[in-house]
Design a protein around this ligand. Sequence first.
Ligand code: ATP
Ligand code: MN
Length: 459
Amino acid sequence: MERRIKEILALTPSDEAVRAEGWVRTRRDSKNVSFIEINDGSCLKGLQAVLDRAIFSDEDLEEVATGASVAVIGRIVASQGGQSVEMQAESLEVIGPCPQDYPLQKKRHTVEFLREKAYLRPRTNLFGAVTRVRNTMAYAVHSFFQENGFIYVNTPLISASDCEGAGAQFQVTTLDLANVPKTEDGKVDYTKDFFGKMANLTVSGQLEGETYALAMKDIYTFGPTFRAENSNTARHLAEFWMIEPEMAFCTLEGDMELAEKFLKYVFQSVLDKNAEDMEFFSKFVLDGVVETLEHVINSPFEHMTYTDAVKVLEKHNDEFEFPVSWGVEIQSEHERFLTEKIAKRPVIVTDYPKDIKAFYMKMNDDGKTVRAMDVLAPRLGEIIGGSEREYRYDVLVDRMKELGLDPEAYWWYLDLRRFGSVPHAGFGLGFERAVQYVTGVANIRDVIPYPRYVRNCEY
Ligand code: ATP
Ligand code: MN
């Protein structure tokens, strides 16, 4: 394997001939030399190759244009410019030429323009940096859990159970939509469908994750999740990646401790490994993004019950679009107020009213609130949602009936409460929300390679 640009840039000048491969970002010509900048995505910076016009003719360089793929062989020398090194080229090969209509010419393109060119955008500085940071974070997710003894579990993507009615689901079917089989009373006859029943893409792996936690103790999932969110926001995708740890013999306290340790670990790994990319985000995407991360890593998260949070927020109701009172959802403006104005750091809000949370959350003794927790981050709002699960069979069944859910449909989930039930807890982190937070990128569509959202499924 040839050296990547990142490795070449770390070399010290020597007489050894080195081969560099990549895509031309820019070309500059002067009378006696041409300069080309080659990038291969291994790092933000490109390698500058210096082509002496005494060696390379116009014809040799004819196809060396922005976007072309090239291989250059030469010696590594100290750069005239200063700190880094450059290549004094001895030979050059254009592997794939690139015509003038290449969309990524040397100027700043808007993220909207680049979204339309999603198949090329990883060749820009912004998307190269996002891709590398996303990679670091994915690796950190696994290493954090692996170092802490968690077992990686793959929960199904096609599911016949709706976790919480979390969001609208995408249906999976092989029925002929032009000719749907019907039952006698005119409903869709799912017995004729592929699975013999209605099936959907999963909105969460939690319920299945719980069954594995109640066998393996500490598990996590990290996989794609689908929600037919009809909301055109900068924080919602129809297909996103979710991380869901679940711990048996664990209550909400352990869950919160894990969430804080985990976020800090993942953020720190980016600061450690992607300093150059983070500097880029700081300069061109969001000023102060590195300091925010450092601040989050260094401050213990604030803890607040929902009831206390509402008391604080009510005092500022004149500042909100949606006034707060006990029982209402805390919206993103309130989440930002709590984290940015009140606590000035991440806040974990706990013990929400049962009516605004899912059926599986453990009921408190007050009968009104549940052992839920949301981790709120400055600038972003909710980044993690989790809870201690209701592990008492009778209480869970009552709660389901209260909500009009059919206990039959959740028979295996309920069985788990009959066969060696135990307190357990977990949470869900939207991976893209975390990448957004770390990079400062404003729109979630720009932190995933091929975003899927309402009316968009290009590529
Ligand atoms: P929100 O209120 O922001 O829609 P939610 O309450 O529906 O979030 P959960 O069902 O608790 O979210 O999902 C767990 C995590 O998954 C959230 O904290 C968030 O980080 C992420 N998430 C949820 N929906 C989406 C989405 N449509 N696109 C990207 N990430 C999402
Ligand atoms: Mn949602």
